[in-house]
Structure formats: structure tokens, C-alpha cells
Design a protein around this ligand. Structure first.
Ligand code: FAQ
Length: 325
């Protein structure tokens, strides 16, 4: 009965053991996981687009090869994550339908264009850098299939960060124009990374005066932490990301576009400007040209791939028939 099942589930969490697909789980837990892991999977595959746009214009064979591998890695992450969501009782076709119809979200970070080659460096350094900070704790998330997918994803993301940093490093040691191009890309990708990759603020102080929104965010976070899905609040992870980024940007000889960034001896962290929640909400409601293009491109790729899915299905039917003959 339900009380015994709940007790078993709570005992798994208390012992910091993983919940597996065969285990009973509360409906709310399942729904929260489906929402987060699906949004994560969608972000990985939509996130291929900004950098993917530079594949045909990479400045050298070496840069092209590494960018191609990076973008393909993101497709792979999407696949691990869709498989993880499928263990919760939703099919991949249903998930893709939900993405294409706008019923499930992806990280709004990717609704920004990659304007120059330097953007490929800034995206990989900053958004993959944010992804690593957000996702390393998810290697210990309570749901087994998600935790296991995250281990591999994090190893690959950490490599992407270095690849992006290397693109920026070279530009910073090139001509003044190249260095300016790197600075411009960092200026444009900083806020999408610091605001959007970590989700809404979860403390009233971080919410730029919008305490109701912060209270709601905090409630989602508390529930998620109680279930062992998230291990830290959005704001703790955001702080960790800023603390990592500042010394790295100094090493590049660039700056971050936030005049409030300075070391706070007392806190032992870098201060930075509070995230403007209103601006964040505007971006989430975003119906920009770029957002429409991202989705249209995804839907077209899916439709153009229909023949592959049909061929795979026909082949497996044929094999089944042959096996049972
Ligand atoms: N964009 O429920 P909360 C990657 C929505 S990995 C759009 O308080 P939470 C690698 C949220 O869904 C990127 N919507 O948010 C890569 C909810 O709406 P709903 C993804 C957002 O769960 C790099 C509403 O706002 N990473 O990209 C966003 O505390 C380069 C209220 O929010 C993950 O998914 C947003 N940014 O925080 C690939 C990691 N934020 O669903 C290619 C796992 C929030 O009720 C190239 N996910 N919303 O309609 C998480 O850790 C969390 O889900 C957060 C969101 C932190 C992303």
C-alpha cells in the first residue's frame, strides 16, 4: 500500500541511494524529473544551433574538427537524456512533440545569435562552464538514470570549456581587432550564462525586489532539494560560476561586463549585480525572431529525418521476421 511504498522511497533518499525506474515514486517526483530532464535534453539539442552555424566558417581545419566534435557531443548528451526521461514512462516521440509545439521549454540562453567566430569561444567557455557547475552536483542526483547520464555529460562539458577558452585565448593573442571580437562576444554571452543557465534566483535578496517570484522559485528549489534532485540552490551555483569565471577572464586579459564585480573579503566570494528578474521573465516569454528560428530549424530537421526513422523501423521489423522464421 501507498504508506509502505512512500516509506521505502523516503528510506532510499535518506540513505542517499539512487531511485531506479523499477522503484515506486511519488507522482510529483516523477513530474518534476520529467520536466527538468526533458528541458535539459531539449537544451542540449537546441544548443547545437548557435555554434553549429559556424561549422562552415571555422577559420582552420583544426578549429573546424574540434567544433564539429563539440557540437556532436551535444547531440549525444540529448540522446542520453532522452533515454533517461523514457525510463519515467514518456516516449521520445512525445517529448519531441512537446518541444516542437512549445509545451516544454529549453534553456532560453540559446535564443541569442552567435554573431562572430568569437561567439563559439564565448559560448563554450561560458555556457558550457555554467553547465559544468550546474551539473557536477547532478551526478549525485537521486534518480539513477539521470545521475549516470550526467557523469559522462560532465566529462565532455569540461573538455568543451577548455576548447572554448582556447578559441578565446588565441583571439586575445592575435590582432587588436581579434581581441576586441573576443571581448564583444564575452560581453554578449555573460548575462545569458549567469542568469539563464542557473534558473531564477531563489533568495529574496537576489530577486531584484520581486519577492513573490523569489518565494515561488525558492519553493520549487526546496521541494527539489528535499527529493534529492537538486543538491544546491540556483543562487549557490551561480555564485560558484562567477567565482570561477573572474580569474579566468583576467588570465585572458578581458573583462566581464558587470561593474559590480569585486572580491568580497568578508564573504570569500566575488560580488556581482543582482539578476534582474523582470528582464529574466521577458526573455523566458521571448517570442523573438531568433527563438522562432531555433524552433523552426529543429522542426525542419525532424521532418527531414523522417525517412531515417522509417528506414530504421522497417529494418528492425525485417530483422525480427527473419529471426522468427
Ligand atoms: N530557460 O522551476 P524554476 C546545456 C523556467 S545544459 C527557459 O524555478 P529551476 C549544455 C522553468 O522551466 C542547459 N526556461 O527553474 C550546452 C519554469 O517553467 P515551467 C540546460 C527556464 O528548475 C551548452 C520556470 O522558468 N541545463 O545547455 C529557464 O529552478 C552549450 C520557473 O523556473 C539544465 O537543464 C531557462 N534558462 O531552474 C549545450 C540543467 N530557467 O517548466 C549546447 C538541469 C527556468 O514551469 C551548447 N536543469 N526556466 O514552464 C536545472 O538545473 C534547472 O532546471 C534550471 C532551471 C537551473 C535550468
Amino acid at each position: 500500500d501507498e504508506a509502505r511504498l512512500t516509506e521505502h522511497f523516503e528510506a532510499l533518499l535518506a540513505a542517499d541511494e539512487r531511485v531506479e525506474p523499477r522503484d515506486w515514486m511519488p507522482d510529483g517526483y516523477r513530474r518534476m524529473l520529467i520536466r527538468q530532464v526533458a528541458q535539459h535534453a531539449h537544451s542540449e539539442i537546441i544548443g547545437m544551433q548557435p555554434e553549429g552555424a559556424w561549422l562552415t566558417r571555422a577559420p582552420s581545419l583544426h578549429r573546424k574538427a574540434s567544433l564539429l566534435a563539440k557540437v556532436q557531443d551535444e547531440a549525444g548528451h540529448g540522446l542520453y537524456l532522452y533515454s533517461a526521461v523514457e525510463t519515467l514512462g514518456v516516449t521520445r516521440a512525445e517529448l519531441l512533440d512537446a518541444l516542437h509545439a512549445g509545451r516544454q521549454r529549453y534553456a532560453a540562453t540559446f535564443n541569442h545569435p552567435a554573431l562572430t567566430w568569437a561567439d563559439t569561444g564565448a559560448i563554450a567557455w561560458l555556457t558550457d562552464g555554467a553547465a559544468v557547475v550546474n551539473q557536477v552536483p547532478l551526478c549525485r542526483t537521486s534518480y539513477g538514470p539521470y545521475a549516470r547520464a550526467m557523469q559522462r555529460v560532465c566529462q565532455e562539458e569540461a573538455f568543451h570549456v577548455r576548447q572554448g577558452y582556447d578559441v578565446l585565448w588565441s583571439l586575445c593573442r592575435g590582432t587588436p581587432e581579434q581581441k576586441q571580437m573576443a571581448q564583444d562576444a564575452v560581453n554578449r554571452w555573460w548575462l545569458p550564462a549567469v542568469a539563464l543557465m542557473f534558473g531564477p534566483p531563489d533568495t529574496v535578496a537576489g530577486a531584484a525586489g520581486d519577492s513573490r517570484a523569489a518565494a515561488m522559485g525558492a519553493q520549487v528549489s526546496r521541494r527539489s532539494i528535499a527529493w534529492g534532485i537538486k543538491r544546491h540552490t540556483n543562487d549557490e551555483l551561480r555564485q560558484r560560476f562567477v567565482d570561477n569565471a573572474v580569474p579566468q577572464v583576467e588570465e585572458l586579459g578581458l573583462t566581464l561586463p558587470d561593474p559590480a564585480i569585486r572580491w568580497n573579503e568578508e564573504r570569500g566570494h566575488y560580488d556581482f549585480s543582482p539578476i534582474d528578474w523582470q528582464q529574466f521573465r521577458d526573455v523566458l516569454a521571448d517570442d523573438s525572431q531568433c527563438a522562432r528560428q531555433r524552433l523552426a530549424h529543429r522542426v525542419a530537421a525532424h521532418e527531414n529525418g523522417a525517412w531515417v526513422r522509417e528506414a530504421v523501423e522497417a529494418y528492425s521489423l525485417r530483422r525480427d521476421e527473419e529471426l522468427h522464421r
